[in-house]
Design a protein around this ligand. Structure first.
Ligand SMILES: Cc1cc2nc3c(=O)[nH]c(=O)nc-3n(C[C@H](O)[C@H](O)[C@H](O)COP(=O)(O)OP(=O)(O)OC[C@H]3O[C@@H](n4cnc5c(N)ncnc54)[C@H](O)[C@@H]3O)c2cc1C
Length: 512
């Protein structure tokens, strides 16, 4: 039973990760309803972050250098103005987290302890307890939310649809235990995180397949750059879902990548193991696609210091009988982060009135075609603050009474996942994309358990089909050349379906 008495017309925040929690806290004392499928801090990528949060605090660093690294990783697709604005608010974002009780690791002189990650030209990753950053941030934020009287949490409740009238948001269709109810509100902040759960091999919580993207698209909001999925090169290669992550910070501490013969395979590539993630992921993919295996070799560095610097990864490896100081760690690429998402402006506003999106489900333009490691937690905090401020200053009353709807079938991405990993993984090709589009279209149009995951998958496939060039996380083996003058793309659901139908009707697909 979903109890909504006395709550209608409050601001709704959907998602209990870092973005949702910071937005709720920053809106205080305005009353908000925080809706999470799992409990606070549960089933969210935020709690799993190992590396940390990027901020230019080093004596040899500044936001301009951080921006230059971000733009380089983004492969020409970042919005430089947006990126500059977000990165220049990093120190404020860290101060806000500290205000909510987050305590970052410090060096002996009291300054922040800074780690280095791939494609960062400086040490600029703040962390907590070595590799426990996400867990510790979410514990502190959860405590702050629990002590904040203006926040009402609806845990175990899933948002399934945005309800609209006259082109504006007027409510959210919620479901729990097979029952449905509409929460009436004219202000919704989406913070549902990434879409890794739509892939077979992913580091994200399996239940998060991009529900926010499906809701946004169905309500008419534009999606942006959906093809750009970042594949982490070093997920622990084990038979489990989701795959556990071996943080990039391990390569930052000089661990190297070797194949099954012990040969180092990144040596001759610019920046070697610290090249941008898409470059490293393709190299690891190549080794595995040619029948080999890839390993992260931390035996020489960090070597004996591994357990102290990376206690969680040490414990994780121990469950598989691996001691990183003595054994190479088997790794493979896995869907890890979504650069694309709900198209938003610099305050988190989407193209749909009354609807904001923040965190990983949103696409601001910061990451371009490839996220620079540890910029995502930073973006989530900065955009949560901005959206909270914008929502607080744009009062809207709910306009319509909306009757409670019938319950929708529980979403199930299992039928979609194998196709995604096969055709929309590290390497993509026209034939596979077209086959996917053809398979997914009927699933999207039929209201069954697969229709929401199929919609997310279809949107990624359509954007990927349209971008006939290789760029950042999007690599087409049929168009391997880098994109010239690459541009960001936006499409709404009507445009996505129309492009999908035209691809589906192409004669070569029928004969394929
Ligand atoms: C293993 C791992 C390690 C990472 N390490 C780092 C790192 O070191 N540094 C960094 O910057 N980034 C890192 N990232 C990325 C970063 O963690 C995420 O981008 C960020 O945490 C996303 O925050 P979020 O609040 O947008 O989403 P999440 O933290 O994923 O939270 C999403 C929330 O939405 C809820 N939800 C989803 N759908 C619904 C629905 N329909 N109804 C109600 N609730 C819903 C979920 O239950 C969850 O509470 C990592 C990601 C992973 C997976």
């Amino acid at each position: 039973m979903i109890r909504l008495e006395g709550l209608h017309d409050r601001i709704a925040i959907i998602g209990g990760g870092i973005a949702g929690l910071v937005a709720a806290l920053e809106l205080a004392p305005q009353p908000v309803v925080l809706i999470t499928r799992a409990g606070l801090g549960q089933e969210c990528s935020s709690a799993w972050a190992q590396g940390g949060i990027a901020a230019a605090f080093g004596a040899d660093d500044d936001p301009a250098r951080h921006l230059a690294d971000t733009l380089r990783a983004g492969d020409g697709l970042c919005d430089a103005t947006v990126a500059s604005g977000i990165l220049s608010e990093a120190a404020d974002a860290i101060a806000v987290l500290e205000r909510y009780g987050v305590r970052f690791d410090r060096a002996q002189d009291g300054t922040f302890a800074l780690a280095r990650e791939a494609a960062h030209s400086r040490r600029r990753i703040l962390h907590i307890g070595g590799d426990r950053t996400g867990t510790e941030i979410m514990s502190a934020l959860t405590r702050a939310v629990q002590h904040c009287p203006s926040i009402t949490c609806l845990s175990g409740v899933e948002a399934r649809r945005l309800v609209t009238a006259d082109g504006c948001v007027v409510g959210v269709h919620l479901q729990a235990m097979g029952q449905a109810a509409v929460f009436r509100t004219a202000q919704v902040i989406m913070a549902t995180g990434g879409c890794g759960g739509v892939f077979d091999a992913s580091t994200n919580p399996s239940g998060n397949f991009g529900q926010g993207l499906a809701m946004a698209a169905r309500a008419g909001a534009a999606l942006r750059d959906m093809e750009f999925v970042q594949f982490h090169p070093t997920a622990l290669d084990a038979a489990q879902a989701p795959l556990a992550l071996i943080s990039e910070a391990v390569r930052g501490e000089c661990a190297i990548l070797i194949d099954q013969t012990g040969k180092r395979f990144m040596e001759h590539i610019a920046d070697a193991e610290l090249a941008p993630r898409d470059v490293v992921a393709r190299a690891v993919h190549q080794v595995i696609a040619s029948g080999g295996r890839a390993f992260l070799d931390a035996r020489t560095a960090p070597g004996a210091g591994f357990a102290k610097r990376f206690p969680s990864i040490q414990a994780l490896c121990a469950t598989r009988g691996i001691d990183p100081a003595r054994d190479p760690i088997p790794v493979r690429p896995a869907a890890h982060y979504h650069m694309g998402g709900i198209a938003v402006d610099q305050t988190g506003r989407s193209t749909l009135p009354g609807f904001w999106a923040i965190g990983e489900c949103a696409a601001t333009g910061l990451h371009g075609a490839n996220r620079l490691a540890s910029n995502s937690l930073l973006e989530a905090v900065v955009m949560a603050r901005r959206a909270a401020n914008d929502v607080a200053n744009s009062k809207m009353r709910a306009r319509a009474f909306v009757p409670n709807p019938a319950a929708l079938p529980d979403p199930d991405p299992r039928s979609v996942r194998p196709m995604m990993s096969l055709h929309l993984g590290v390497v993509r090709h026209r034939a596979g994309l077209r086959q996917m589009i053809s398979n997914l279209l009927p699933q999207v149009q039929f209201c069954g358990p697969a229709s929401d995951p199929a919609l997310v998958a279809l949107a990624i496939a359509v954007f990927a089909e349209k971008r006939r060039a290789s760029c950042g996380g999007h690599y087409r083996s049929d168009f391997p050349d880098p994109a010239i003058n690459a541009r960001s793309n936006r499409m709404n659901l009507t445009e996505i379906l129309s492009h999908a139908s035209s691809v589906d009707q192409e004669p070569q697909l029928r004969t394929a």
